[in-house]
Every structure is written in structure tokens, then in C-alpha cells.
Write a protein that binds this ligand. Structure first.
Ligand SMILES: [Zn+2]
Length: 280
């Protein structure tokens, strides 16, 4: 970080180790430091402005191809941690739940059991019970598969039309990142919900901006028409046309409500750190 990460490809193996270790770490400094390192690596040669998330996700530059998803994972973990520390209550709770749901899209980049565990927990805290049930059920499948890989049977049907990677394309961690007594507590919640008729194990849906099909709310790519949405720079959810705002400095896009929750407290763009105002 002090001298800037050299962008020679011969360093990528080292960066991969650093990325993997920091994203798996419980240390609160891990994600912000990694975010800054990768953003510098991927914006190398640029003047003062970091490249936008859209540019990075389409960039053919080898560093961007290799590391843009890890950068997004580190970025959204950083935003979530800062919201958590801000103590701004219910509005932040909603945004933190969305971030945790969006992070499941990048679950190849950090421990997959933690990704679904956190999505379930933050959704529960934000009273998004159906989504919490959905992610915690998935978490239990993954925790059981880590515990007993020989008898792993993870049903992926519910996730077919999402941009969350299939468990068959992931390397399951060798050791669990969530403690056993926590797993048993969650098993009890899930069992309770499965007998409660007011709770459905169902993902939230929205209509695609282009083809209007009813699709998984957090997917960036429409599974029907392939239309691609940008990720909101605050919540990681897809930016929808009717609520799109942009940073006036780096033009990173966001959904208006999420942007305002963040900017009213932090006063800066989370991507480029320029001073920013709420937008209406
Ligand atoms: Zn910005």
C-alpha cells in the first residue's frame, strides 16, 4: 500500500495469496486494506480517479480479470463494516442486509459458509424473514457438506436463476468458519420457520428493467433476457433505472435510497472518497 502494488503479472500469485488470506480473516482491518490495494492495482496508470465498477467488470486487463470480484467483495465488506460502526439504526440495517445478500454473488472470493451465514443473519436482523430462511437453509447445507464432504448433497434448484455461483463450482473450505454451537442454533431457527406457515423459504423478486420478467431481486444479470445491471456502489444490489443516481466525481452508480443512507452520515462517495451530497 505504501509504494503501490506493481502490476507485473509475475506478482499475481502473491496478490492471490494476500487476497485469499485477507478475505478469510476475521480481522476488521483486512477488507479495507485489501480494497485499497486492489483498487490501486486495477486503476494503475490512471490519474486520480479510480475506474468505475462497470469499467472494471468489463476490463480485459489481466489484473482486472483476475481481481475485480475480490475487489468488489472487499469493497462491500468495507461498506458494511462502516455502516455497522456508524450506529445509524434501522435504515442501515436494511442496507447491511442487502450488502450481505449481494456478497453471496462473490462467494468464490471468501469463505462460502460465512457468506450465506452473514446473508441469513443480517436479513433476520432487518426483518427480512423469508430471505433469512432462504439463506440460512443454504448455509446449513454448506455447513453439513464441509463437516461431511463424502455425503454432501446440496440442492441447487432454487439458485438456478440467480448469479450466485453453484456450490458445484466452488471449493468448499476444509474447515468451517462458523462455530458448531452457532450452526445448531441456526438449525433450530430454520426448523421453527419450516413449521411456521407465515414464513416462506422464498427469495424476494423484482421485475427486470428490460424484459419485465419476474426475477431474483439481487441478480445483476437477468436470466431471461441477459440484460446487465450495474451494482449499486453502496448496497451491491442492481441499480434500477427509476432510482439511479451517480457520484458527481467518479460516476459510480447507486440506488437513490441506499446512496442517501450512506451519504447523509459519511458525506463522501465510498468508491472515490470525494465529498458528496444526498440526491433527490
Ligand atoms: Zn465517487
Amino acid at each position: 500500500m505504501r509504494y503501490g502494488p506493481p502490476c507485473e503479472q509475475s506478482n499475481f500469485q502473491l496478490y492471490k495469496v494476500i487476497t485469499h488470506e485477507l478475505l478469510a480473516s476475521e480481522n476488521r482491518e483486512g477488507a479495507p486494506v485489501l480494497r485499497d490495494m486492489l483498487l490501486r492495482l486495477l486503476s494503475a496508470g490512471m490519474a486520480s480517479l479510480p475506474k468505475s465498477p462497470k469499467v472494471l467488470s468489463e476490463d480485459r486487463d489481466p489484473a482486472a480479470v483476475e481481481f475485480h470480484k475480490a475487489l468488489f467483495a472487499a469493497h462491500f465488506q468495507t461498506v458494511r463494516a462502516r455502516l455497522k460502526e456508524s450506529g445509524i439504526g434501522a435504515a442501515a440495517g436494511q442496507v447491511m442486509a442487502k450488502i450481505s445478500v449481494a456478497l453471496c454473488r462473490y462467494c468464490n472470493e471468501f469463505p462460502v459458509d460465512r457468506a450465506f451465514f452473514e446473508a441469513g443473519l443480517f436479513c433476520k436482523d432487518a426483518n427480512m424473514v423469508n430471505m433469512s430462511f432462504f439463506f440460512l437453509n443454504r448455509f446449513l447445507d454448506i455447513a453439513d457438506a464441509i463437516d461431511d464432504p463424502d455425503n454432501a448433497a446440496i440442492d441447487n434448484t432454487d439458485f438456478m436463476e440467480t448469479d450466485i455461483p453453484s456450490p458445484y463450482d466452488l471449493d468448499l473450505p476444509e474447515t468451517a468458519h462458523v462455530k458448531n454451537d452457532r450452526v445448531e442454533e441456526i438449525r433450530d431457527w430454520v426448523l421453527g420457520w419450516s413449521m411456521d406457515q407465515s414464513v416462506q423459504q422464498k427469495m424476494d423478486m423484482r421485475s427486470c428493467d428490460k424484459c419485465r420478467a419476474d426475477i431474483y431481486t439481487a441478480t445483476l444479470t437477468c436470466p431471461k433476457c441477459n440484460y446487465k445491471h450495474d451494482p449499486c456502489i453502496i448496497s451491491g444490489y442492481p441499480v434500477l433505472k427509476r432510482s439511479r443516481v451517480e457520484c458527481t466525481n467518479c460516476h459510480a452508480p447507486a440506488n437513490r435510497d441506499d446512496w442517501n443512507v450512506w451519504v447523509q452520515v459519511m458525506k463522501t462517495c465510498p468508491w472515490c472518497q470525494a465529498p458528496q451530497n444526498a440526491q433527490y
